[in-house]
Design a protein around this ligand. Structure first.
Ligand code: ATP
Length: 225
């Protein structure tokens, strides 16, 4: 993204954004509510267009995962994972095999034939994650998809995402209001605030450095360390 700005009506949501994400890179996004974080992800996914500036998207298969699962209610859990695979050109046999594998990996084999309405919130979000990861995106965009889940499940799904993007070599852009969650997932972070996107340098895996990094993230996100 080069000198990129986006407005909704008279409101400038993002201004003069410079951001580059390399293949396989993992980027965290933090910032106050309403700052423009989701808008940034929508731009990266090609779902919004800048008013000025240049957006050069070198990723061919971005997948965006939202806070809520957004499953098709009239399709089974399995079919919700199969359908995008079919749309991406997989054969019926391949799509079924890949979808079944991802559902099993996320502990949902017994729920494969369930309707979305029969699933708990956590199960539905796991189906949405299976649907996203099964597509082997080269850019995975996470818009706080685990924020409504209990801490144990949140950690489990974040670890699953991290494992998948590492294995698939995907880039990751992840929004979170929880800097602690981001620490384990990303290599660098940006702060979105008042339409501006500012890098927050992250250091290394050393404990003391991480503690300092966490502190900086918490302050940047307007939270008390
Ligand atoms: N489709 C839209 N039409 C008009 N205004 C919008 C639209 N989408 C977002 N906005 C506005 O743009 C601003 C940024 O919204 P965005 O959802 O990107 O913020 P955010 O940082 O992701 O917030 P949160 O953390 O609360 O999800 C907000 O003021 C919001 O009201």
């Amino acid at each position: 993204m080069q000198s990129l700005s986006l407005r909704y009506g008279a409101q400038t949501v993002l201004q003069d954004v410079q951001l580059r994400v390399q293949p396989g890179e993992r980027l965290g996004v933090i910032g106050p509510s309403g700052a423009g974080k989701s808008t940034l992800l929508r731009l990266a996914a090609g779902l919004a267009q800048p008013v000025t500036g240049r957006l050069r998207n070198t990723f061919r298969h971005p997948v965006l995962m939202f806070q809520e699962p957004r499953l098709l209610p009239w399709r089974s859990a399995l079919d919700n994972v199969i359908l995008p695979l079919r749309a991406a050109g997989r054969s019926p046999h391949e799509a079924r095999e890949i979808a079944g594998r991802w559902l099993a990996l996320l502990g949902l084999d017994a729920a494969a034939q369930a309707w979305p309405g029969e699933l708990s919130g956590g199960m539905a979000q796991r189906v949405a994650l299976a649907r996203a990861l099964a597509l082997a995106p080269d850019l995975l965009l996470l818009d706080e998809p685990f924020s409504a889940l209990d801490p144990a499940l949140r950690r489990q799904l974040a670890a699953c995402c991290l494992d998948a993007v590492r294995k698939q070599g995907s880039a990751l852009i992840c929004i979170s209001h929880d800097p602690r969650e981001l620490l384990g997932m990303v290599e660098r972070c940006v702060l979105v605030e008042r339409g501006r996107v500012t890098p927050i340098p992250l250091i290394d895996q050393d404990d003391a450095a991480n503690a300092e990094r966490l502190r900086a993230l918490l302050i940047a996100a307007g939270q008390q360390p």
